[in-house]
Design a protein around this ligand. Structure first.
Ligand code: GLU
Length: 374
């Protein structure tokens, strides 16, 4: 019999989606919020640390502002998020305080997680809150982000947070039971998937692209979030937030929903930060020899193996390493800027200084700063 990964998980990130939090857009579901708070209080009694990622700010804000539907204009969406976030944290604070548990509002942006210092600060704060027994309530800081610089959906944010705090499990509570082999509303043959390996490409085909009008994510963002969280060793569970006592039952070992197991050995802290960069400023394309050396021997990347460079970046930024068929095989911190790489690509180590004008590193990316993505 399958067992829930929540049984042995010590640190857990729970993400709840907009449809659940706002009662399908009818307004904050105080009863549901009360029940999750109660369940999280029970998980804490079992010595588990819980971080909550909650959506619903925009949906609640739209309602509070008396608008009929979710606006498309960015500033209107941002205004709605700011208004709705008030209701959201108020509701959580009220419900958790009934169990003697404090809450903390944390609003994050992609930039906070890209900048290494801010990333480490966010991590330290979250770990401190967990030590204090406080439940951090996280959302994206929608008010200050635009489409280009956004994490975009809270499934992805949940995975980033799971990696940030080195969680053992990411629980995504949604209004569906979990993953099916096809869309069950359209395909009578669709079968439920109780367990699979996170990152298995077949899952992306199964999940399709269905998103709701209330929130940003569909099943596909959950599958991709599981893949992301698995890189640092976290198992993801996608389950219905309407299932009675879902968190407590899973905490007791009962298997509910779809469990996507991580088969990765956990990454080191710096490697985790490297893979969690959602957008890199540039990329290098490697020849077959360098691709092979990276994948098979995990060597450092030398300029001689680089065929092309795209984008503009400076030394110390995270860049992608692609093979000639366009697949990202690795990612790492570059020792040279894009303009320098244009001068030294394909060149041997002893020629580099003559082109860049100083005695730099022999490696373009040192193996310690390189993470294999393939
Ligand atoms: N941050 C958005 C909100 O609170 C939610 C994004 C999402 O639904 O994934 O409304």
């Amino acid at each position: 019999m399958l067992q829930s990964a929540l049984l042995t998980a010590k640190r857990v990130v729970v993400k709840v989606g907009s449809a659940l939090v706002t009662n399908d857009g009818r307004g904050l579901d105080y009863e549901a919020i009360a029940l999750w708070a109660k369940q999280i209080a029970q998980l804490q009694k079992q010595a588990k640390e819980v971080v909550l990622v909650s959506s619903g700010a925009v949906a609640e804000g739209v309602l509070r502002l008396g608008w009929e539907k979710r606006p498309t204009r960015l500033s209107a969406l941002q205004a709605a998020a700011a208004v709705g976030q008030m209701g959201l944290v108020q509701a959580y604070e009220t419900q958790f305080s009934k169990h003697g548990i404090g809450t903390a509002q944390i609003l994050l942006t992609h930039a906070d997680l890209t900048d290494r210092e801010r990333y480490l600060n966010a991590k330290e704060t979250l770990l401190e809150l967990l030590r204090l027994g406080v439940v951090p309530i996280i959302n994206e800081n929608d008010t200050v982000v635009t489409d280009e610089i956004k994490v975009g959906d809270n499934d992805t944010l949940g995975a980033l947070v799971a990696n940030l705090v080195q969680a053992d499990a990411l629980v995504i509570l949604t209004d569906q039971k979990g993953l099916y082999t096809a869309d069950p509303r359209k395909d009578p043959e669709a079968k439920f998937v109780p367990e699979a390996t996170a990152g298995d490409p077949i899952l992306e085909t199964m999940a399709g692209g269905a998103a709701s009008t209330l929130s940003k994510g569909g099943m596909i963002t959950k599958i991709l979030a599981a893949k992301r969280a698995a890189r640092s060793g976290a198992t993801t569970i996608i389950a219905s937030g309407r299932e009675p006592d879902v968190l407590v039952r899973m905490g007791g070992g009962e298997h509910i929903g779809t469990q996507l197991i991580s088969r990765h050995a956990p990454l080191h802290a710096r490697e985790k930060w490297i893979v969690d960069q959602l957008r890199s400023k540039g990329r290098v394309v490697l020849d077959a020899g360098a691709t092979d050396a990276l994948l098979k021997q995990k060597t450092s990347l030398l300029p001689v193996g680089v065929k092309a460079v795209e984008g503009e970046f400076v030394r110390g930024e995270v860049i992608g390493c692609f093979n000639e068929s366009g697949q990202e095989i690795a990612r790492g911190l570059t020792n040279y800027s894009s303009s320098e790489i244009r001068l030294i690509k394909g060149r041997h180590t002893n020629e580099l200084a003559a082109f860049v004008g100083y005695e730099g590193h022999p490696e373009l990316i040192h193996r310690d700063n390189l993470v294999i993505m393939a």
